[in-house]
Write a protein that binds this ligand. Sequence first.
Ligand SMILES: Nc1ncnc2c1ncn2[C@@H]1O[C@H](COP(=O)(O)OP(=O)(O)OP(=O)(O)O)[C@@H](O)[C@H]1O
Ligand SMILES: [Mg+2]
Length: 393
Amino acid sequence: MDPTLNPYSPGAGLRPPDLAGREREIAEFAVLRQRVAHGLTSRGIVMSGLRGVGKTVLLNELAAQALRDGWIVGKVEADRGESRRVFREQVAGTLHRALREATGSFELGARLRRALGTFKAFSLRTDPTGGLAIGIEIDAERGRGDTGALETDLTDLALDLSAAAVDHGVGVALFVDELQDLSRAELGALCQACHEAGQVGAQFYLVGAGLPSLPGLLADARSYAERLFDYWSIGALVDQAATDALVRPARAGGVDWASAAAELLVHRSAGYPYFLQEFGKATWNFAPGPHITLADAETGVHVGMASLDRGFFTSRWERATPSERDYMRAMSVDGDSPSQSGEVARRLAKRISSVGPTRAGLIHKGLVYAPEHGVIAFTVPGMADFIARQPAE
Ligand SMILES: Nc1ncnc2c1ncn2[C@@H]1O[C@H](COP(=O)(O)OP(=O)(O)OP(=O)(O)O)[C@@H](O)[C@H]1O
Ligand SMILES: [Mg+2]
């Protein structure tokens, strides 16, 4: 069928035509925003899950909803690259945009002036050459947001921004994707800002997303973090939602899936959103139409799987050094289930301490993560099967 009308969107952060199976999360965030309108506080949100389960698209959806409600919304993606952008700079940049919008729609009362002054002080400390211009003349607020210690300055900013927002019945939300890539100090600073805001009833919320190691990293940064946030585990879609994700976008274009065809994709993707999109796209492009049959779906899964093997899995495999590949091969004995690090070392006939650097290298590359102490798992489903299909080296 016409590829220019193909409704599926395999990729990173590409909004699917139908954001299926996330109704509960969306409703919870709506409750949080309504509570803010009633002057009631809630906990911030931390979502975690494997690569490709749909954290980014959900985060973006929540951010869009907060924006529609008139919230002050910042959004950044934590950066772990070589030329790493400092988190403080990223926060200043995104809030700068948010505040320019707020000054357009909010009345410039005393609290907003103070918030702008604190923001200016915060950004001057980030970029001493002048800070970021808001578009109106505001003096930097002395002694607010300008100590240079991120936890203190972020707290000042959170308090003053939310004081300005509350005049308008809204809150302030900072959305951070790939949150696990922040340093321990940066995570601690975020926790502290949320903690202090919560204590005085300020409406400042972190909405973060990251890999399954994230809750542990936060708890390590601040021991109270486990009570500070609502933790959402984002996983594969249940069968009905996975079926909806396939069937609804096609039906909107007048195309029906035979139920056995949809069932096959749901089964072969195990409800994993990225694979659903990949298989859905391949099936659509192959199917002669006007509707999608079981035979089309069989070919679609086959073609989609080959495309994952060439791109998604191979790029991960090739990023690993030979010893890292050996390590992953030893893990793959356990399938997609987590492995005990000690057992993996035993399979390699090595001491745990001597494979430590290999394990750390794999974690750093984002290929594996430690769900708990002494345990190791792949960050994407299907990796173990892929490894089993690779010739021994
Ligand atoms: N609820 C959903 N229904 C249907 N498709 C979805 C859903 N959520 C995500 N997808 C699709 O799954 C793919 C992965 O989504 P996304 O990039 O948000 O995942 P992620 O969890 O952020 O991955 P990563 O950890 O690699 O950043 C995209 O192609 C997206 O369109
Ligand atoms: Mg993402």
